[in-house]
Write a protein that binds this ligand. Sequence first.
Ligand SMILES: [Zn+2]
Length: 88
Amino acid sequence: MEGEETVTCLTTNEIKALAKPEFAANPEKFYPTETFAKMGYSRAQCGICKNHYWRCTEEKVTCGDSNCDGSYSFIGKGLAKDGKYWTF
Ligand SMILES: [Zn+2]
């Protein structure tokens, strides 16, 4: 299966790393909107921390941060007896 690429979502940090020179030069104004749109990404707001992030699938509802992904996964699935979330 060599040569095949799996499409994965990039985290905000990964995207920022890709665009580092531009971000470094103009971190607040620059956002490669067109580039990411062409790549199939869309702008979305994290359902947990409310930060904005880029996503490549409508199914993704968090920014990709481990805290947010973890919390979302456990919503509605109950808490451990001590009141803490289960962790892997
Ligand atoms: Zn988040």
